[in-house]
Ligand binder design. Structure first.
Ligand code: ATR
Length: 272
């Protein structure tokens, strides 16, 4: 007997989650089957209910349903409540537990896989949408010297600063407000890379030793990572590591076992 899990989103055909979780289950000997579900834009709840009726035990939730998953959850983890978004659902009898593993995945990728400490560092987080909100608390838990949030639309960055100011040293501004300042880690949490765009970053925020991290991934370097490279940054990372780490965290929530991630990250990297 296999326990049934899936990733749900729209679009979904590009998702690497089935590959990742199938690899995790093989590696840990867990008897599970993992599928991809394309839900109609206005049909998330119906699709979730159908999946539960088929005996589904848990779902990964991706664009554009993370907010709906948050609202559908009957129980929330602390990190899901802070993120106001859910990327992992676990079904237990009558309860729907909602969790958010994105921030933990990002931090684990930076600290363990990329061997880059966040503690006492200067971090610039670009973007103030759902993706940015989901990673702020886990970043602050690492006690950076400063976490600066840059966004085109200033009130959204200010709102995040207001929400999290009691949890760490957090500031906010427009991109140009940070001109002339150097950051150790610059994280792109905007959706700009999806549209082949580049946030209006001042070039001098990088130093040669900075880590430039794009939460998006594609087969070639994103515009942001190309820009960082042009500025002399050598340490570049895309969101493949975060994707695999957030999946491992979901797998742990469902199965109580933490799978190895390094070989799966290697497997997903585009071959040169
Ligand atoms: P998500 O859930 O992926 O974060 P979102 O909530 O729509 O999506 O937020 C998108 C984020 O990307 C916003 O911070 C947006 O900036 P604005 O708030 O100013 O709109 C940012 N973004 C999108 N395209 C961008 C671009 N070309 N340059 C800079 N920021 C961009």
């Amino acid at each position: 007997m296999f326990d049934l899990y899936a990733v749900i989103g729209n679009p979904i055909s590009h998702s690497k989650s089935p590959l990742i979780h199938t690899e995790f289950s093989r590696q840990t000997d867990q008897p599970l089957q993992y599928e991809a579900i394309l839900a109609p834009i206005d049909g998330f709840e119906v699709a979730v209910n159908n999946f539960r009726q088929q005996g589904g035990k848990g779902l990964n939730v991706t664009v554009p349903f993370k907010l709906e998953a948050y609202k559908l959850s009957t129980l929330l983890t602390g990190r899901a409540r802070t993120a106001q978004a859910v990327n992992t659902l676990k079904f237990d009898s009558d309860q729907i537990l909602g969790d958010n593993t994105d921030g933990a995945g990002l931090v684990r990728d930076i600290v363990f896989n990329l061997s880059t400490a966040i503690t006492a560092k200067r971090i610039l987080l670009m973007g103030a949408g759902g993706a940015a909100r989901g990673v702020i608390q886990p970043l602050l838990e690492q006690k950076p010297r400063i976490l600066a949030i840059a966004n085109r639309t200033l009130p959204k960055a200010r709102e995040l600063q207001r929400q999290f100011f009691s949890q760490g040293n957090i500031i906010s501004g427009n991109y140009l407000d940070f001109a002339g300042e150097h950051f150790d880690i610059i994280i792109n949490a905007t959706s700009a890379s999806l549209n082949d765009e580049l946030p209006p970053l001042p070039p001098d925020i990088f130093s040669e030793k900075s880590l430039a991290y794009d939460m998006m991934y594609r087969n070639e370097l994103t515009h942001f990572l190309q820009f960082a490279r042009q500025q002399g940054v050598k340490h570049l990372a895309d969101g493949i590591g975060m994707l695999v780490e957030q999946a491992a965290e979901s797998f742990f929530l469902w199965r109580g076992i933490r799978p190895e991630t390094r070989n799966v990250i290697e497997m997903l990297k585009p071959k040169a």
